[in-house]
Design a binder for this molecule. Structure first.
Ligand code: AHR
Length: 567
């Protein structure tokens, strides 16, 4: 993949992430028999956890769409309308709120018109990832995929190779009602031609797509643009777009990669260069965690040393600092007359080198081990702790790719440890995030090096913020429907240390608790077609509270979800 190396990042910008990696400082003293303490503070609400932070992403790349999502209507593989049933079932069962498509880098050379109309006439093209793109799977198939899953579609529009007209016409094709369109004009209402075309192509009902990415990684594969150039294009693409009925398009602008706040600041400064009101909802940021401490997109997905394990989780935890830094960049450039902008982390996950492809031809496909489950828990907890900042996020990518939930080839399919974590975090969806103070000794990253300059693709090497990994981390929320029900999710990254923890809730007593835990005797454990249940969650062994507090032991290298009932 060709991505321009951006200006090096200053490691000091990540200083805030160190705040998340708390050392042995005790918020309140843990009991003598405890290794750690968690104080849940219902009196300190953070915000409602948007269900859209549990979003997904599929791109025309390797085995993601073809043989992954799309098996075809005539396939012997179980499917609904050509979409692999096991994919639908898996994404349904994790409450997938969003599905982003068609890329990624693919999006910026994709003409949505190539994938509509009679499938036999869809033209084949060479796609971004140097694949032969048949265009058999297009907009209608994608919308049906979303409907089958119950997810909202999130479309990434081609900004690099198509003009603004194609963007607003795609919006019209998706959202205009079929039939006569009420018109603000003396001319009589007539059937809308694009909506009529959509109906003729099989979908009379509008797609009602409200979330739109205006370009993708425009600093890299999406055009190699300077932030000022991108801002000018964004203004042009969004200055006027049609809207229909209650669907008000939410536009997402491209922000800096990872912690590149310089891009974000310059982009916003240029975006607000005149006083016209912008149409903007979110800022897209991407952060991948390489499987190698010094090289991007390297390392093995299932063969790794203890040091590499801690290093990956420490660098993955830097998402916390990225969210804080990018948020600050938004706040400091915000104009009072402009809409409030929230963060959309629409690509995240671990990115390893080749070696564990699920099947030949599956470009960028990799296995997912227990290590990835921990990275998933750490990342979702970060988004939950920043519920007021992060409006949406998409894991990259949902099937047969980086950090996937589902692996599939032919008629075989299995779910990964990451899938299980998404499922365990279901009670957080739409709940009220509250502050939770974790007090546990931090782990020193054995591969950490002095702070170094990093490129813009991701953090290739350990920077200041990755020197230490929280010895226990997580997040807490209170159910939107039951104020006495608290969900606490916790990651214990220690490879060989169970962490006995005293859990208390400020101003309340714990009456009872139950939970689920994902752990494996070996952190390299993973599922494959022959061993689909090698890693799966079990009921957590939860004792009875005493004096309104709970003592719980988090097993080594585990992700736990506790449901705590207050008296
Ligand atoms: O997810 C793979 C690629 O990573 C996406 O196409 C691109 O947006 C990012 O660089």
């Amino acid at each position: 993949m060709k991505i321009t190396r951006r200006a090096a990042l200053k490691s000091s910008a990540l200083a805030a992430s160190a705040l998340a990696l708390r050392g042995p400082r005790m918020f309140s003293q843990a009991s003598a028999s405890a290794d750690a303490r968690i104080d849940i503070l219902p009196g300190e609400p953070i915000g409602t956890i948007s269900p859209e932070i549990y979003g997904h992403f599929i791109e025309h790349l390797g085995g993601v769409v073809y043989d992954g999502v799309w098996v075809g209507e005539g396939s012997k593989i179980a499917n609904t309308g050509g979409v692999r049933q096991s994919f639908i079932d898996a994404l349904r069962s994790v409450g997938a709120s969003l599905l982003r498509w068609p890329g990624g880098c693919f999006a910026d050379s994709y003409d949505w018109r190539d994938g509509i109309g009679n499938p036999a006439s869809h033209p084949a093209r060479t796609g971004f990832w140097t694949q032969q793109e048949t265009n058999r799977y297009g907009l209608h198939e994608f919308i049906r995929t979303c409907r089958a899953i119950g997810a909202k579609p999130y479309l990434a529009a081609d900004m690099r190779s198509l003009p603004a007209r194609d963007f607003y016409q795609e919006l019209e094709y998706c959202n205009a009602p079929a039939g006569n369109v009420p018109s603000n004009s003396a001319a009589p209402a007539v059937p809308n031609s694009l909506a009529t075309q959509r109906a003729a192509n099989g979908d009379r009902d509008p797609f009602n797509v409200d979330l739109w990415g205006v370009g993708n990684e425009s600093w890299g594969c999406g055009g190699n643009l300077e932030p000022e150039e991108y801002a000018a294009m964004y203004r042009r693409f969004t200055a006027w777009t049609p809207s229909y009925g209650d669907i008000k398009p939410r536009f997402v602008a491209v922000g800096g990669n990872g912690d590149d706040v310089d891009f974000t600041r310059r982009m916003f400064k240029a975006l607000y260069a005149n006083n016209e009101k912008r149409n903007i909802y979110g800022l897209s940021i991407h952060y991948y965690t390489s499987g190698n401490a010094t090289e991007f997109a390297a390392g093995d997905a299932v063969k790794f040393t203890d040091g590499e394990y801690y290093d990956l989780l420490a660098r993955g935890s830097m998402m916390d600092g990225i969210v804080r830094d990018q948020w600050t960049a938004i706040q400091t450039t915000q104009q009072p007359s402009q809409p409030a902008v929230r963060l959309i982390v629409d690509e995240w996950g671990a990115w390893y080198g080749p070696g564990t492809r699920v099947a030949p031809g599956y470009n960028l496909s990799q296995q997912s081990s227990m290590r990835d489950a921990l990275l998933t828990g750490i990342t979702l907890d970060i988004f939950q702790r920043h519920a007021e900042k992060v409006a949406a996020a998409c894991v990259a990518q949902s099937i047969n790719c980086l950090h996937s939930l589902v692996l599939a080839a032919g008629d075989q399919s299995c779910v990964t440890p990451t899938y299980h974590v998404f499922k365990m975090y279901l009670p957080h969806h739409g709940a009220q995030a509250v502050r939770a103070e974790f007090s546990a000794a931090a782990i020193t990253n054995p591969l950490a090096k002095p702070a170094m300059l990093m490129d813009g693709v991701s953090y290739a090497g350990p920077a200041e913020g990755s020197r230490r990994l929280a010895g226990l981390s997580g997040s807490a929320s209170i159910s939107a429907t039951n104020p006495k029900l608290v969900t606490l999710t916790v990651v214990n990254p220690h490879l060989d240390r169970p962490i006995t923890t005293e859990i208390a809730v400020g101003g309340a007593s714990i009456a009872s608790a139950s939970g689920t835990v994902l752990a494996a005797p070996d952190v390299h454990a993973h599922n494959d077609f022959a061993h689909p249940d090698a890693v799966k969650p079990t009921a957590a062994s939860v004792g009875s509270p005493s004096g309104g507090r709970l003592m719980h032991t988090f097993p080594p290298a585990s992700v736990t979800s506790l449901q705590i009932t207050l008296s």
